[in-house]
Design a binder for this molecule. Structure first.
Ligand code: DOR
Ligand code: ZN
Ligand code: ZN
Length: 398
């Protein structure tokens, strides 16, 4: 088939280092199938499925299952993320080696949603990860500073009487784990960087030659805590939406390469877990189907990033951080490729009801954007076109 890409931008398939697919355990909110369709529609050809499922992905039984199910669906390569500890708040390291050696070939481990707060345990985890050549993706939340916290600690939270989440809860862990990674000769990746201080710490750590990388989410690039005024629980997320000055620092850090990549933290939640009081709602927002549009709006359209840079922050860098080239054959000349075709001028409005995700918790509903992925190709096969995902189960396997 010959595809006319006239006026559009051809990019390598996007890679999301941070997706919650909720299978196993909360298939009412997302499945590997529905999440894969959302990913394909968002221009993704690979997603990393976070470990806070039920059961937790802390053994090769779970990670291999997630990988195989992703391959059956065949709309996107689903790479399982392994949990750092047995159980999410565990005190014992998980068998990372077993997960890395299995068919799921786990290359990214995480404490997402909880944070390994014990420094000695984190030090041992980093040493183990270094010996395996894998990376730890750090949720970066000092839980002793976030007890009861539901919103960024600042004037907005104070006005609304919400318990504040200080920037230091994130920055303390970023600083600590930069130093621990340095000493362990390990790689550490900071999930959802959200503060100007984290940007300063990343700048410092990279200058020292520490093997630290970081991601920023589309929602932290677009939204700030003035959103809280609506009191709508759709805006509750961990880490919380910060102040406008943080948003500006994050955009600049993405432009300058201090933040390496964009990752969605796609976090589906059921209506009943989001339609309650702000403080009682579960934290998290959908992200896969809106990420590119937001990056285009906040970074490409103002001139901070070129489309070439978008290929770097949405595809190349996340693939490098996860050592995706180590997952299979590198694609050579004449071989089927992973591609995303973006229409930079389509113009569209997000409708929550039209998303492929099983959940509806998008803070971007009714917002209009210009750019949208219009065609996604996984190993030479179309997985999404003009807003419609391909049938699952007919995919080309890795
Ligand atoms: O907002 C969040 N939601 N942050 C996390 O760290 C976890 C995630 C989830 O699993 O819902
Ligand atoms: Zn997290
Ligand atoms: Zn997450």
């Amino acid at each position: 088939e010959v595809i006319d890409g006239g006026g559009k931008v051809l990019l390598p398939g996007f890679v999301d280092l941070h997706t919650h697919l909720r299978e196993p355990g909360r298939e009412d909110t997302e499945t590997i199938e529905s999440g894969s369709a959302a990913a394909a529609l968002g221009g993704y050809t690979a997603v990393f499925a976070m470990a806070n499922t039920s059961p937790v992905a802390d053994s090769a039984v779970v990670t291999d299952h997630v990988y195989r199910r992703g391959q059956e669906v065949g709309l996107v390569d689903v790479h399982p993320v392994g949990a750092v500890t047995v159980g999410l708040k565990g005190e014992k390291l998980a068998e990372m080696g077993m997960m890395a050696a299995g068919p799921g070939r786990v290359r990214v481990f995480s404490d997402d949603g909880v944070c390994v707060s014990d420094p000695l345990l984190m030090r041992r985890a980093l040493e183990y990860s270094a010996s395996l050549g894998v990376v730890i993706a750090q949720h970066a939340e000092e839980p002793r500073l976030t007890k009861g916290a539901v919103a960024h600690e600042g004037p907005e939270a104070a006005r609304l009487g919400l318990t504040g989440w200080p920037r230091a809860a994130e920055e303390a862990i970023v600083a600590r784990d930069a130093l621990l990674a340095r000493d362990a000769g390990a790689r550490v990746h900071i999930c959802h960087a959200s503060t100007a201080g984290t940007v300063e710490l990343l700048t410092w750590a990279k200058e020292q030659g520490i093997a630290i990388t970081a991601e920023v989410t589309p929602h932290h690039l677009l939204l700030d805590d003035s959103r809280l005024q609506t009191y709508d629980a759709v805006n509750r997320v961990n880490p919380p939406l910060r102040e406008a000055s943080d948003v500006a620092a994050l955009r600049k850090a993405l432009r300058d390469g201090v933040i390496d990549c964009v990752a969605t933290d796609h976090a589906p939640h059921a209506d009943q877990d989001k339609c309650c009081e702000f403080a009682a709602a579960r934290p998290g927002m959908l992200g896969l189907e809106t990420a590119l549009a937001i990056v285009a709006q906040v970074s490409v359209e103002p001139g901070d990033l070129s489309w070439r840079d978008v290929a770097r922050v949405m595809s190349e860098k996340p693939a490098q951080i996860a050592r995706l080239d180590d997952h299979g054959r590198p694609i050579g000349v004449g071989e089927p490729a992973n591609l995303t075709l973006v229409d930079p001028d389509l113009g569209w409005t997000v409708r929550a009801d039209e998303l492929a995700s099983r959940s509806r918790n998008t803070p971007f509903a009714e917002l209009s954007f210009r750019a949208k992925p219009v065609l996604t190709v996984l190993r030479g096969r179309v997985t999404a076109r003009d807003g419609v995902a391909a049938q699952p189960g007919t995919g080309v396997r890795a």
